[in-house]
Every structure is written in C-alpha cells, then in structure tokens.
Ligand binder design. Structure first.
Ligand SMILES: Nc1ncnc2c1ncn2[C@@H]1O[C@H](COP(=O)(O)OP(=O)(O)O)[C@@H](O)[C@H]1O
Ligand SMILES: [Mg+2]
Length: 316
C-alpha cells in the first residue's frame, strides 16, 4: 500500500552494560521513501539499525519491519530486508561474482535466477567489468557498491544502509547518492544513517536528527529548515549605524546585529519577501548599499539549533 508505514518503532531503548545507547525512540518510515537518521558518532544510529535488522535483540519497545515484529518473527524480517553495514564485510579473496554467488546461495536463490540477478545487480552498480576481480583489489567506492548490490540481491522491500558513504571521497559520494536514488526509484524503501549534513539533505525524503540516543526532531529537509524561521539578510552600506536606525520597526525583522559581513538582520518570516522592503527603506533614507545577501538556514543550522552544537565539534 502506497504511503503506508513499512517500519514502525515505538519507545525503543537499548542498554549496553548499563550504558543507555538508545533512550526511547519512536518513529515510522513510509513505504517508498528515503528516510535518514542524521547524528554524530555515538548517537545510537548503528544500535538502532542493528535492532531493526535483527542483529541485536530488542530489549524494550516495539519494532515492526515490513509488517513483522523483529522479536517474534526475525526470520521473516530478515527475508524482507537488505543490509549494508557501517564497516566493510567482504571476503577479500573472493571475486566480485563469487561474493554475489555466495550470498545468493545463502538465501537459496535457484541457480538460473541467481545468475540473472547477479548480472542485473552488477549492472546497476556498474561493476560488470570487475566481475572477476578479487574484492581486495577494488577501490573503497567499488566495495561499497558491491555491498549495495549484494544487499539488493534478495529483492528486499527495505534496504538498510549504515553510513553508506563514510570515508569515500566527495565525487564517489555523489555517485553513490545516484545509486541509492536509482534503487529507491525502482521501489525499494531506504533507511540510512549518516553524519553528513549534506547527504541527509540531498538524499532524504524525511530526516530524524538523533543525538544522545534520542530523536530530537523529524521532518522533510525543507520543513526542518523552515522550522527555524530564521532567514538572515547581510547588508553592507556606507553607513551601517544610520541604516540600522532606519530599519528599526520594519515588520518581520527580529534582530539586527553587527557582523563581519555588515549588518546581520534576522527575519522571522520568509526573507525573500522582506528583502525588497529592507533595501527600499535604506535607499529611501539616502544610504548607499554596497552589498546585500540573503542566507536561508542550512542543514548545519538545523543541526546546531536542535542539538546545540556543531557536528564537527563532536568528533564525527
Ligand atoms: N557493543 C557495544 N557494547 C557497548 N557499548 C556499545 C556497543 N555498541 C555501541 N555502544 C555504545 O552505544 C552508543 C551508541 O553507539 P552507536 O549506536 O554505534 O552510535 P552511532 O552509530 O550513532 O555512532 C555509544 O556510546 C557506543 O559507545
Ligand atoms: Mg554507527
């Protein structure tokens, strides 16, 4: 059913030796979407993904994946999903084809069907020409693509990707996003974790920001950004003091402060509507404007707003 929930998690908690890694999270993923957990190292992303994929038994809370309860029907969950782990798990001495072949046998896919699927999947991730290469000779990006192809071989309803582009160079990362979008467009729901703002922003239909084992907010990238309601106009004039005076009382301006880029004017609504009025007011007062810039909130701003810190400060 389109738009139905394919993952449902309620009040999930997980404790390792008395340390709470996951502290009561509730969320759902709709069929067909790309859903991301965005958060720093240690936030609880892998722990959650490991419970959802049945690798860790759930301790408290309810988790359903593809209509099955992970505690009661882990086998059925496993048959409905594909997984790409955070750390590479490839047998270095197997070739690309053998890696796929082995996985297909593990899932008892009949021989003819298996061959067909391997060929199809290797085409999707553009590894056909590497089919007889040993995995130890592949680049980091190729290894990830092979792991994705392997994860997709069983035609899962949901593909789980734990930090799919971690450690890859920026160009390879962008190509990886293309593969993920392609897989999603072909009908697979994607659940991914990442600590890259841009990745969550570019790729996701919806994002949950996770910090210290808790979901702090959830929404589409646009919803999250506009929830801040803090567009900023940077205005440089020949007389900033006077400009600041004439802007007092202009509706929708929340605050005006000095910055390296001139006056920093925080707007409480959509800045693109307010910008012309600011420019007009300053010009009417005979103050020459040397530059004006509108800055919309970024995913970094969203993250700082909801977690109170920068992701790069967290050691991620
Ligand atoms: N097997 C484990 N044993 C003990 N502590 C763990 C284990 N796995 C994760 N943790 C701890 O749980 C917390 C969450 O870790 P994790 O889920 O791996 O976070 P993330 O994937 O967001 O980086 C961290 O404090 C981590 O040290
Ligand atoms: Mg992790």
């Amino acid at each position: 059913m389109e738009g139905a929930d394919i993952i449902e998690v309620r009040d999930l908690e997980h404790t390792f030796n008395g340390i709470k890694a996951v502290r009561g999270i509730t969320f759902s993923v709709r069929k067909g979407e790309i859903f991301s957990f965005l958060g720093p190292n240690g936030a609880g992303k892998s722990t959650t993904i490991n419970i959802l994929t049945t690798l860790l038994p759930p301790q408290t809370g309810m988790v359903q994946v593809a209509g099955y309860d992970v505690a009661r029907e882990p086998d059925k969950v496993r048959k409905s999903i594909g997984i790409v782990f955070q750390d590479e798990v490839l047998d270095r001495d197997l070739t690309v084809w053998e890696t796929m072949e082995f996985h297909g046998r593990l899932y008892s896919i009949p021989r003819g069907e298996r061959r067909q699927r391997i060929a199809d999947m290797l085409r999707v991730v553009e590894l056909e020409s590497k089919r007889d290469e040993r995995t130890k000779n592949l680049s980091g990006g190729m290894k990830r693509r092979l792991e994705i192809a392997r994860g997709l071989m069983t035609r899962p309803e949901v593909l789980f990707l734990d930090e799919p582009t971690s450690g890859l160079d920026p160009q390879t990362r962008i190509r990886m996003w293309d593969y993920i979008r392609q897989v999603n467009a072909a009908g697979t729901t994607i659940f991914l974790t990442t600590h890259y703002m841009e990745e969550a922003d570019m790729l996701s239909d919806r994002i949950s920001i996770i910090d210290h084992g808790r979901i702090v907010t959830t929404g589409t990238p646009d919803e999250l950004k506009s929830s801040l309601g803090e567009d900023v106009v940077y205005l440089e004039t020949v007389d900033d003091t006077k400009a600041r005076e004439v802007l007092q009382g202009v509706g929708d301006i929340r605050s005006i402060t000095d910055s390296l880029r001139g006056l920093s004017i925080t707007i409480s609504t959509d800045g693109s509507h307010c910008l012309p009025r600011i420019v007009e007011r300053v010009r009417d007062a005979g103050i020459e404007i040397s530059s004006v810039n509108l800055k919309k909130p970024t995913m970094d701003d969203v993250f700082v707003h909801y977690t109170g810190r920068e992701l790069r400060d967290t050691g991620a």
